[in-house]
Design a protein around this ligand. Structure first.
Ligand SMILES: Nc1ncnc2c1ncn2[C@@H]1O[C@H](COP(=O)(O)OP(=O)(O)OP(=O)(O)O)[C@@H](O)[C@H]1O
Ligand SMILES: [Mg+2]
Length: 276
């Protein structure tokens, strides 16, 4: 899982541990409706996530992205409908939007990782931390003294120790600087499991996602391509809607003209009758 450092290589690299293979169906979301008081987030939404998908979820603040991920983890149940994990060996691992806040502030960086993998040698833990851009002197710092970015990296490193084949990532790049983000991009590109990720970072999405899901009007719209494909399709949809609106306007005008003409005709005939 951890590559031996290569001399002369500036950026460090991390590879996910090979994911145990899951069945083809990873999650199926069937006709879900989800409501908080009078806030309807999903209304009859459907989605099938398949092995090897790397799906980015798009939608503005409050659209329900984090809620959708929580529904997939089973932490929350939909108001109506079903969210089912696949039957065959689906091992999810969840990175919450504020995962870094869940770290134990009193532990050191080293201990945070070592406690997860007690059988590892010190050297192995330090090598892993190196992959997550922790230098020699930061590994003994207490978590309480870390920056937001350092905490985010540590939380990611900790999460990725779990054997999993389905990563559920809620804004994993928040607080990450460019080298850390690039490391995560590359690791996700090489990952052989399934990923669902929420991010507002369009560049990150363009690097990692092979499908896009947009939350729109309570539905989950699936685009079976990368971010570039999604942008093209959305542009096409807009153009089609624009042309349809023009056509509808033309038709309405024509109908109005016809109605006026009929009215005129009627008046003419009535005037004729009155003369007779
Ligand atoms: N447990 C809850 N009870 C009531 N309302 C909730 C609950 N959880 C979320 N909401 C509301 O549901 C909406 C969607 O929240 P959610 O966190 O899923 O949005 P999001 O798309 O992840 O937004 P952001 O991009 O800001 O992270 C918000 O209006 C939020 O206030
Ligand atoms: Mg969110």
């Amino acid at each position: 899982m951890v590559e031996a450092p290569t001399a002369g290589l500036k950026t460090l690299r991390f590879h996910f541990p090979p994911a145990p293979r899951s069945g083809r169906e990873v999650v199926s979301i069937e006709d879900i409706t989800h409501v908080y008081e009078d806030n309807i987030l999903f209304l009859g939404a459907n989605l099938l996530i398949e092995r090897g998908d790397r799906i980015a979820i798009l939608g503005p603040n409050g659209a329900g992205k984090s809620t959708l991920l929580r529904l997939m983890t089973g932490l929350e149940a939909p108001t109506e409908g079903q969210v089912k994990l696949g039957d065959h060996n689906v091992l999810p691992s969840y990175f919450e939007q504020n995962q870094a806040e869940a770290l134990d502030l009193n532990k050191t960086v080293m201990a945070t990782i070592h406690d997860e993998v007690p059988n590892w040698k010190n050297e192995e833990v330090r090598t892993l931390l190196g992959r997550f851009l922790f230098s020699e002197d930061t590994v003994f710092k207490a978590v309480a003294t870390l920056s937001g970015g350092e905490k985010a990296r540590l939380a990611l490193a900790k999460m990725l120790l779990q054997p999993a084949n389905f990563l559920i990532l809620d804004e994993p790049t928040n607080h990450l600087d460019i080298p850390a983000k690039e490391m995560l991009e590359e690791a996700l590109q090489n990952y052989d499991g399934t990923v669902i990720v929420v991010s507002h970072d369009r560049y990150f999405i363009s690097q990692v996602a092979n499908k896009i899901v947009e939350i729109r009007e309570g539905e989950l719209r699936l685009y079976r391509g990368n971010y570039h494909y999604y942008l093209e399709k959305v542009e096409e949809e807009k153009e089609r809607a624009r042309l349809e609106a023009i056509e509808a306007e033309k038709a309405a005008k024509a109908a109005e003209k016809r109605a006026k003409q009929r009215e005129k005709q009627k008046q003419k005939q009535e005037a004729k009758k009155a003369k007779v």
